[in-house]
Design a protein around this ligand. Structure first.
Ligand SMILES: *Cc1c(COP(=O)(O)O)cnc(C)c1O
Length: 433
């Protein structure tokens, strides 16, 4: 399996090259040259397979022969080493809980998979790779946790100052060792632009052997397909495939779901659940894409004005707006509705949503309105405790703090402040080399 660059289809790379490089030249993203066909037996026997077996069969064609099967099997087993339960919340509405990993958000799967692949690829290199990553909140913690103490890998995380939750900030600023946190005076989009500028500076990228751990990186992006297979495995009404609502920011997760759909997974429809950052919702309505400045919201991990993975959405469906509209709808959910959804679902169903899950829940509800027999799943992408400062006043109740989080509060934040400037980032990176 080779990957082509969305900027230049004649530029090709193996899974190994794409993982090490992160981004393709000229700000392209790597995309699989062919959509693999999965064995029929996988779908037929899904019920009786373990999550490790499912994940291995799904990812193996994308990895090809760049990682020996036995090694990949271990990587996958370590990646999905926690639960992904499907929980009924209301009539016809189910939550796929993706927050049972070490940093309490869905990004643990991609980060754990990628860090192990990169660790494997770097084993026989005698240089260090620097993972440069921008985070809107949860990526930072997941990447810090996944890469902590991995030999041969240095990690630099950029996050927007004051725009991540206190738990998110502690998760990415307290580890130390090979993890450095840069606190940027700007938005997530600023952080993302700085990272992209660094990758496009060939002298810099070469000198530091830079790679990305955002969902730009195929090794972060592709394992997210697992969720959709796990969801379908637990879905009872196999004759009526689920509608799946995905709280979306950079559109990596939902594009992984759409890739799973292209592999043959039965899904009736996808719903992109957006907050006020609605560039893709506009595209679906108008057929024209225009990036927007990011707007801060309560669901901060989705505050993305120019989603990196939008281009992958186009490549999944040969740039055909009509095919995209057939399988994908988008709904916008305001902060006010997000709070009201958290409140209502807690009062009625005694289920506590986090702000991202609430956007997903409400978008699913909007899509199912007027479809009496409709049923679907929303992805609950983070544990509500991660956003206790938002959630507690809304439900007027305390959220129990898990022990792992209590321990975080005893640790000391360590970050380096920086302006939203690509030049400053470059100087910093060269200086510490
Ligand atoms: C990252 C994140 C999202 C958005 O996922 P994308 O792949 O960027 O669309 C949604 N919810 C939470 C909790 C996240 O951390």
């Amino acid at each position: 399996m080779l990957y082509y660059s969305t900027q230049n289809p004649s530029h090709k790379a193996s899974f190994k090259e794409a993982t090490i490089k992160g981004q393709a030249p000229e700000r392209g993203l790597y995309f699989p040259e062919t959509i693999p066909t999965l064995p029929d037996a996988l779908f037929k026997n899904l019920q009786s397979l373990t999550k490790e077996e499912i994940a291995l069969q799904v990812i193996a064609p994308f990895v090809g022969d760049t990682i020996p099967h036995g090694v990949l099997k271990n990587i996958v087993a370590n990646t999905v080493d926690f639960n992904f339960p499907l929980v009924q919340v209301d009539d016809g509405i189910y939550a796929l809980e993706l927050f049972h990993g070490p940093t309490l958000a869905f990004k643990d799967v991609g980060a754990r998979f990628m860090s192990q692949c990169l660790g494997y690829f770097m084993q026989n290199e005698n240089k260090k790779v620097t993972v440069l990553v921008a985070t809107s909140g949860d990526t930072g913690g997941a990447v810090a946790n996944g890469f902590y103490d991995v030999d041969g890998v240095d990690v630099v995380i950029l996050y927007p100052s004051g725009k991540v939750s206190s738990i998110q900030e502690l998760q990415l600023t307290t580890l130390g060792k090979n993890i450095t946190a840069l606190e940027i005076d700007g938005t997530f989009d600023d952080c993302q632009h700085m990272v992209k500028a660094a990758f496009n500076d060939f002298a810099l990228a070469d000198a530091l052997f830079l790679t990305s751990a955002n969902s730009i990186n195929v090794a972060r992006w592709l394992p997210q397909q697992f969720y959709y297979f796990f969801a379908y495995q637990q879905w009872q009404q196999k004759n009526k495939p689920p509608v799946i609502a995905v709280p979306s920011g950079n559109f990596g997760n939902i594009c992984a779901g759409l890739m799973a759909f292209r592999l043959g997974l039965p899904v009736q429809h996808f719903v992109a659940a957006c907050n006020a950052n609605d560039a893709v919702a506009d595209y679906l309505q108008k057929g024209k894409y225009a990036a927007k400045p990011a707007v801060p919201t309560l669901s901060n991990a989705m505050d993305v004005g120019d989603p990196s993975n939008f281009v992958r959405l186009l490549h999944l469906f040969n740039n055909d707006h009509h095919s995209i509209q057939k399988i994908l709808s988008a709904y916008r959910v305001s902060d006010e509705t997000t709070k009201k959804t958290i409140q209502d679902v807690y009062a009625k169903n005694r289920y506590l949503l986090d702000p991202h899950g609430a956007v997903g829940y409400n978008a699913l509800q909007q899509y199912l309105q007027g479809k009496p027999a409709g049923a679907g799943i929303f992805l609950e992408t983070a544990h509500p405790v991660k956003f206790y400062d938002v959630v507690e006043p809304v439900i007027d109740n305390a959220v129990p703090i898990p022990k792992a989080v209590q321990e975080l509060f005893c640790k000391k934040k360590k970050s380096i402040k920086m302006n939203a400037s690509a030049t400053e980032l470059k100087a910093f990176l060269l200086e510490r080399k």
